[in-house]
Design a protein around this ligand. Structure first.
Ligand code: COA
Length: 323
């Protein structure tokens, strides 16, 4: 049985760090409010010349170096983003070109904060279906460019960045002891689309628009949706919370992360948290967190790692993999 095994990982952040104290001079907010409600202490914000493609390229190069590969070794690039450099072409082809790759294929997937889960799921389907051997999956965002910087209820929450992994086809036995992706679970329900959306687009206003969110409504649904896809991953593989080495959640809000872990009986020592450092970087948040925890030696080869996310749409999903 073919498995999609993580061969390399990498990440990239913009140069500029913006602390909560820095935001106090832009909107009526405080470090205390932001930390207490979200756990966020700082975020990185893209400056001139830094775009989704440039951050995605840097993360991709780091992942290739980590894997000991070059772009010549890839068949496919999947970029999860909701903040493309241009409406079209896909930012993935921009990154493909920046990497000097002119073979194979590259495309974007758009599932907002769940984008990396949707990207890994798509890559896994290509690999298990025999259509690709090595897939670069990137989550890259410049949400700062979609924010209404006069709206304190949203602008304090998000940041920019990129992370990437390389998935490689390897032969497995079909059991849970295999390295690689063991199960993926995807969901969406467009009935919730107006709770978290951007109020512009090429086919409606002809503008880029700004992010709008009913924060309390998102919060209300988050824990239930996250536990739904985690329980589905456990059911599909016959595993339980006790089997997990690490939970690497989408980094939106410390209270959502802690609430989901508690509901599932996952001790907080097994949860990777980077929301304090990065804020919510949407599709980039999980690969950024993976990069931190794999680089500092917490996530080791053979560990059972659960990824989960929930975001605009709503979309939500999980990936259970052995690192
Ligand atoms: C956004 C969120 C942090 C707000 O926290 P909350 O406890 O729900 O706060 P509320 O929206 O009820 O607002 C409480 C008060 O804080 C105020 N407030 C909102 N943003 C503020 C800010 N940045 N600084 C200071 N006060 C703020 C509100 O105006 C409100 O004031 P009022 O009581 O005088 O009207 C919370 O709803 C949340 O985390 N939601 C999920 C968001 C998310 O993760 N989205 C991404 C999913 S991918």
């Amino acid at each position: 049985m073919i498995r999609s095994v993580v061969r390399g990982f990498g990440a990239a952040l913009p140069k500029q760090v913006v602390t909560n104290a820095d935001l106090e001079s832009r909107v009526d907010t405080s470090d205390e409010w932001i930390v207490q409600r979200t756990g966020i202490r700082q975020r990185y914000i893209a400056g001139e010349g830094e775009t989704t493609a440039s951050l995605g390229e840097a993360a991709a190069r780091a992942a290739l170096d980590n894997a000991g590969l070059t772009a010549a070794d890839l068949d496919l690039i999947i970029l999860a983003t909701s903040t493309p450099d241009n409406t079209f072409p896909a930012t993935a082809v921009n990154i493909q070109n920046r990497l000097g790759m002119h073979h194979g294929a590259a495309f974007d997937v758009q599932a907002v904060c769940s984008g990396f889960i949707f990207g890994v799921t798509t890559a896994d389907a290509y690999i298990r279906g025999g259509l690709a051997k090595r897939v670069l999956v990137i989550g890259a965002e410049t949400f700062s460019r979609l924010l209404d910087w006069t709206d304190r209820t949203t602008c304090v929450l998000f940041g920019d960045g990129a992370g990437a992994i390389i998935l490689e086809a390897q032969e497995g036995t079909g059991s849970n002891s295999d390295r690689g992706v063991l199960t993926t679970q995807l969901r969406s329900d467009g009935a919730h689309r107006e709770k978290l959306y951007v109020d512009g687009g090429p086919s409606t206003t002809g503008t880029v628009g700004h992010l709008r969110m009913e924060g309390r409504e998102v919060f209300k649904h988050a824990v239930g949706m996250i536990t739904d896809v985690i329980e589905a991953a456990f059911a599909a593989t016959g595993t339980t919370a006790d089997d997990l080495d690490w939970l690497v959640p989408h980094q939106a809000n410390r209270r959502i992360i802690d609430g989901s872990a508690k509901k599932l009986g996952i001790p907080l020592e097994k949860v990777v948290v980077t929301v304090d450092l990065h804020g919510n970087t949407s599709a980039a948040s999980i690969p950024l967190a993976l990069n931190v925890a794999a680089s500092d030696g917490r996530i080791k080869k053979g560990d059972l790692v659960l990824l989960e996310a929930m975001g605009g749409g709503f979309t939500w999903g999980s990936v259970l993999l052995r690192w």
